[in-house]
Design a protein around this ligand. Structure first.
Ligand code: FCA
Length: 335
């Protein structure tokens, strides 16, 4: 009797292995290598993504290869490098979404599975490349949460909206950035904020320094406002605007900036003894974007199961008062 059960189990195991195919079995035996390429390795958001990808690597037992790839050339050489190291796939947040067709072709030529995170690749006509599995944030809705948060704070402070200027730090060449700031603008306008008081401040790169420069121009050109609010694609953009406003005397009681991210750039701001103009951030999930994407890639490599084509993650607004609770609710460890 026992022998019969044993034989049945053996037969089932053999069938399962055959279904996986020879190559996958070899990989399942602990040789999986996955690349994780990010466009701005110095940004805390990307460091958090890597940290969570490492957690997946430890749990599943694969090797994670972290590569900072701030330019098109770096991306291309990193992909070849991964192939030379016998990686089976990689996840990328590209420095430029227009590299899309080139990245897809290179991954294919090198026989590497490809998934994108945060910034979705586009084709020659600017349309998303839907064949590549992607995990991004629900950009427009998260932008709306930013705009609603700012509007609520303006009302709470009893400011007359006509006296308030809004710095909209834009980065139009990146679709997720466009969607985020559009969502914020729409929510502000829906709350009765005058459209004419919203000043676009285009940044040349998505870091604090470039946002600072862009915001300074907006401030200089508009001396008529008594109070300011600011938003942009991430915490760095809003921090740039907050620092620029501070330089002109608009501190916490006359400035309401709400960012997107919730990594150390925002947390450090909340840890300062006195509040600053950086009022809040919509916390998004580096756990999902780092750990879940890596786990999905691992399953794709070892079981042939492709990740969903599109996953959009949500966020929660946090301020200095409730940031710990919100982080906890999002499954992020205390910092
Ligand atoms: C983009 C931004 C990052 C982060 C990520 C989710 O890549 O540049 O700061 O917000 O989306």
């Amino acid at each position: 009797m026992q022998r019969r059960i044993f034989l049945t189990l053996m037969a089932a195991a053999v069938t399962a292995s055959a279904a996986l195919g020879g190559a996958s079995i070899a990989q399942a035996a602990d040789q999986v290598k996955i690349g994780f390429l990010v466009k701005q390795p110095e940004e805390p958001w990307f460091q958090d993504e890597w940290k969570f990808a490492e957690i997946a690597a430890k749990e599943k037992g694969f090797t994670l290869v972290k590569i900072g790839a701030p330019s098109g050339e770096k991306v291309m050489s990193a992909i070849d490098n991964l192939a030379a190291q016998k990686a089976q796939g990689f996840i990328i947040c590209t420095p430029d979404v227009k590299l899309g067709p080139g990245i897809v072709a290179k991954a294919k030529a090198d026989n590497l599975k490809l998934m994108t995170v945060d910034d979705r690749l586009v084709d020659g006509s600017g349309k998303p490349i839907e064949s590549v599995p992607h995990m991004g944030i629900s950009a427009y809705n998260i932008g709306k949460q930013v705009g609603e948060g700012i509007a609520a704070e303006i009302k709470k402070r009893g400011w007359d909206m006509k006296d308030v200027g809004a710095i909209d730090v834009t980065y139009e060449q990146l679709p997720t950035a466009h969607d985020r700031t559009t969502g914020a603008t729409d929510a502000l306008v829906a709350a009765g904020f005058p459209k004419a008081n919203i000043i676009a401040a285009p940044q040349a790169k998505t870091d604090t320094e470039n946002a600072f420069n862009a915001a300074n121009i907006a401030l200089t050109k508009n001396p008529q406002y008594k109070h300011w609010v600011a938003y942009g694609l991430n915490d760095e953009a809003v921090l740039g605007a907050v620092r620029a406003a501070e330089g002109r005397g608009f501190k916490a009681d006359n400035m309401v900036g709400i960012g997107i991210g919730g990594a150390d750039s925002a947390l450090n701001e909340f840890k300062k003894p006195e509040p600053t103009g950086f009022f809040g951030t919509v916390i998004i999930s580096p756990k999902r974007h780092g750990e879940e994407t890596s786990a999905l890639m691992y399953t794709w490599i070892t079981q042939g199961k492709e990740p969903p084509k599109l996953t959009l993650t949500s966020g929660m607004l946090a301020t200095r008062d409730n940031v710990s609770q919100v982080r906890e609710q999002m499954g992020l460890a205390a910092k």
